[in-house]
Design a binder for this molecule. Structure first.
Ligand SMILES: Nc1ncnc2c1ncn2[C@@H]1O[C@H](COP(=O)(O)OP(=O)(O)OP(=O)(O)O)[C@@H](O)[C@H]1O
Ligand SMILES: [Mg+2]
Length: 396
C-alpha cells in the first residue's frame, strides 16, 4: 500500500446552463460525498441564443472568475453536454459474440444518428445482458470514435415528429420487445465539434476536464436512490429547454427535449402585457401556473403561463404514451431545473397527468452542515446537474 497517494479527493461539477453557470465542489470522505463549496453566476436577464456554441462561448472567463471569488480548491472537473445536443438511444441487439459487438454497434449506430458518424464521438454501454454468455458484458463500456462504413441517413430518428421536439427520442417501433436472449445497449453520440469546444473552454478556464457526460446521466445519479428500479420520469424545466427522461432500472430509455422553459414563459408575459422582462419574471414567480383552490385573481397572467407551457405538456403526454407501448406506466414524476419552483407546477402536473409529482432532491446522497438545509433546499433544483456531475467521480 502506498504511503502517499496523489489521487484527487475532491471534484468540481460544472453545469453551463443558458441562464446561469452552476458550480459545485464535493469531497470524497471514504466513499461518502461531502459538500465543500458551491456558486452560481447568472449570465444576463436576456437570453440571446439557445445554441450551445453561443451559450458556452463566454463561459471560460465566467468560470475562472467564479472559481477564484468563491474559493474553490479542486481543479478536477466533470461537465455536461445538453441533452438536445446528444443523440441517445437504447438499442436491442441479437445474441452475439462479444468480439463482434463493437463492429455490430458501429453498423447499428448509423441507423439512428442523423449526422455522419465521423462527426460524432460515439459511446456505448451494455445495459442489459441475459444469459451466461453475456454476464461479463454487463459492465463493459467502450468509447469508439471511428466512422461507420455506411453513412446512410437515419431511418429511426423521429426528432421532428412532434413539433418543438429537438432531440431524437424513441419512436414506438424503436421500443423493441425485450429479447431474453439479446443485449440492450445504450448508445450516445455527441457532435465532435462541440466536444472539442468544451475541452477548449475548460482548458482556458485552467481546469482539468476529467469527463463530459450527457445531462440525463447526471439527473439520474443525483435524484434516484441507487436501488430505485421503478419507472420514473425526470422532468427538467430549465430556462430555454425542458428535458423529459423516462428512466427504467436507472437507464434512460426515453429522452426528449422540447423548446420551452422558464424563459419562454417570462417572454410570453412580457410580450403580451407589454412590460419588461424583469417585471414579467417577477409576475411569473408571484403568480405561477395553477390555482389549486380555483381562485380567479391573476387569471390573465396564469393563463399566459399555462399557454407558454403547452409544448412541454404535449411532449410529456407523447412520452408517456410512447412508454405505454412498452406496457409500462410511469410511477412518478421527479421535477427539477430552476422552473421546478414555478408556483404550483407540481399540482398542475399532478392534476393533468394523474401521476404523483415530487420535487427531486439532489442532496440526498450528500453530507452537509445541518444549518445549510434551508438554502440547499431552495437552490436544489437548479443544482441537480452540477451535483450529479461531481458525484460521478465519487460514487462510480
Ligand atoms: N421561484 C421561481 N419561480 C419560477 N421560476 C423560477 C424560479 N426560480 C428560478 N426560476 C426559473 O428557472 C429558470 C432557470 O433554470 P435553470 O437554472 O435550471 O436553467 P438553465 O440550466 O440555465 O437553462 P437550460 O437548462 O434551459 O439551459 C429561469 O427561467 C428562471 O426564471
Ligand atoms: Mg439546465
Amino acid at each position: 500500500m502506498p504511503f502517499f497517494s496523489s489521487k484527487p479527493t475532491s471534484f468540481l461539477g460544472i453545469d453551463i446552463g443558458s441562464s446561469s453557470i452552476k458550480m459545485i465542489e464535493l469531497g470524497n470522505r471514504n466513499g461518502q460525498a461531502v459538500l465543500k463549496n458551491y456558486a452560481f453566476a447568472e449570465k444576463t436577464s436576456k437570453i440571446e441564443s439557445s445554441r450551445t456554441e453561443d451559450i458556452i462561448s463566454r463561459s471560460a472567463e465566467i468560470i475562472k472568475k467564479m472559481y477564484k471569488e468563491a474559493g474553490f480548491t479542486s481543479r478536477e472537473t466533470v461537465a455536461a453536454l445538453h441533452n438536445f445536443d446528444v443523440f441517445t438511444s437504447v438499442i436491442n441487439l441479437p445474441e452475439t459474440d462479444l468480439a463482434d459487438l463493437e463492429s455490430i454497434i458501429r453498423v447499428e449506430a448509423h441507423k439512428f444518428v442523423p449526422i455522419p458518424l465521423e462527426d460524432v464521438v460515439l459511446d456505448w454501454k451494455v445495459v442489459g445482458a441475459i444469459g451466461d454468455k453475456h454476464k461479463k458484458a454487463k459492465d463493459k463500456k467502450k468509447a469508439v470514435e471511428k466512422p461507420a462504413p455506411d453513412k446512410k441517413e437515419s431511418t429511426k430518428v423521429k426528432s421532428d415528429e412532434t413539433k418543438n421536439a429537438k432531440l431524437a427520442g424513441l419512436a414506438p417501433e424503436d421500443l423493441l420487445p425485450k429479447d431474453e436472449r439479446g443485449l440492450e445497449v445504450l448508445l450516445t453520440a455527441a457532435p465532435r465539434k462541440l466536444v472539442k469546444k468544451y475541452v477548449e473552454i475548460f482548458k482556458a478556464a485552467e481546469l482539468n476536464l476529467l469527463s463530459l457526460e450527457t445531462e440525463s446521466f447526471s439527473y439520474i445519479r443525483a435524484l434516484l436512490p441507487k436501488n430505485d428500479n421503478s419507472p420514473v420520469m425526470v422532468l427538467n424545466v430549465g430556462a430555454v429547454a425542458s428535458d423529459i427522461i423516462i428512466v427504467e432500472k436507472q437507464i434512460p430509455v426515453i429522452i426528449r427535449t422540447v423548446d420551452g422553459g422558464g424563459f419562454s414563459i417570462t417572454e410570453a408575459i412580457a410580450h403580451n402585457l407589454g412590460i419588461s422582462i424583469e417585471r414579467a419574471e417577477q409576475f411569473k414567480r408571484d403568480v405561477g401556473i395553477y390555482a389549486p383552490d380555483g381562485t380567479d385573481s391573476n387569471h390573465v397572467i396564469r393563463q399566459l403561463v399555462e399557454s407558454a407551457f403547452v409544448p412541454v405538456v404535449n411532449e410529456i403526454s407523447y412520452s408517456l404514451e410512447l412508454y405505454k407501448t412498452r406496457n409500462q406506466n410511469v410511477e412518478k414524476i421527479l421535477l427539477t431545473g430552476g422552473s421546478a419552483y414555478l408556483l404550483h407546477l407540481s399540482d398542475f402536473l399532478k392534476s393533468t397527468f394523474k401521476i404523483p409529482v415530487y420535487i427531486g432532491d439532489p442532496w440526498h446522497r450528500i453530507t452537509y452542515a445541518p444549518e445549510m438545509q434551508k438554502v440547499l433546499q431552495e437552490i436544489g433544483p437548479m443544482f441537480t446537474v452540477a451535483v450529479g456531475l461531481a458525484l460521478k467521480q465519487i460514487v462510480e
